[in-house]
Design a protein around this ligand. Sequence first.
Ligand SMILES: Nc1ncnc2c1ncn2[C@@H]1O[C@H](COP(=O)(O)OP(=O)(O)OP(=O)(O)O)[C@@H](O)[C@H]1O
Ligand SMILES: [Mg+2]
Length: 337
Amino acid sequence: MIHIENLSKEYKTKKGTVIGVNQVNLSITEGEVFGVVGYSGAGKSSLLRCINLLEQPTSGSIKVNGRDLTKLKGENLRNARLKIGMIFQHFYLISQKTVGENIAFALKAANTPRREIKSRVLELLEMVGLTEKKDVYPAQLSGGQKQRVGIARALANNPTVLLCDEATSALDPNTTLSILRLLKKINRELNITIVLITHEMNVVKEICDRMAVMQDGRVVEEGSVYEIFSNPQAELTKEFISSVVSFEVPEAILNKVTGSIIKVLFKGNVAGEGIISDTVQQFDVRGNFLHGAIEYIQEVPLGLFLMELQGHPANINRSISYMEGRGGLVEVIRNGH
Ligand SMILES: Nc1ncnc2c1ncn2[C@@H]1O[C@H](COP(=O)(O)OP(=O)(O)OP(=O)(O)O)[C@@H](O)[C@H]1O
Ligand SMILES: [Mg+2]
């Protein structure tokens, strides 16, 4: 769907060359929601803006639906770009135009016949749940409503791809959730591939299928959100994940613990099977939870627990084997003393 090969973007400034994107390779599959995370300045926006050629890449290629956008010019490039919608953190609505006119503007830009515009605007407003706001000006809308207009405008010309640059960063948590649900609906019902930039792991957890982590213009980790949340590799990824799944236990508490400390991870439905309580009953050990939660990553459970096991060392070993036998991934953090 989207194939990015050896993509680099350099900016020439008075102070010299600034690297925005550095040799990035990524493939994004049709119909998925792909998240890009990274700290400020990592190159996320530069990458996204290269995907629709809002920025001209310095080198590399970007193929969308099999066509290399970097090779297109004029009319062909304009047409290809109409099939890539984009929404932004600050919406960029035209304040002198009503909600309906803002959306119609995008249709006019694509030379949509006049008689089709009116009905298409109504269709789009219904899709984003803003039918009653057609004749209202942007200043009279809440942030979430403004973003809904932004989404309607981005969908006006039936894009196959929707790029979202921090689309929920200016919104409160509830509004964020409602916008994410709308994006998911668009993804599923219209089969639009979504590439979404965020610095919030909760956004990724909520709607992304796969993700990439960027640092200094490069992709340092890439994979399924579930796999990355269960087993992050790069230090930066671990840092991001820790905002959602963290094992930080105060030193003072750990010092008081005399038994063995283990970390247990359950992937998928086994997370809800009560394996830990079965273990404690069967092997004459005492289990003491230090930390833990079951997270749901797109409705698939991921159980992560830090616990102390007290008992005879042989029983502790049997307990660990038993949990592993039932699908747990166990790591011994410290043996008992
Ligand atoms: N138009 C530009 N001219 C010069 N340098 C730029 C330009 N746009 C981006 N950069 C530089 O490129 C690098 C990547 O910037 P980019 O905006 O892509 O990061 P980002 O990950 O989107 O950050 P943020 O989370 O703050 O939006 C930064 O060092 C930035 O200063
Ligand atoms: Mg940015």
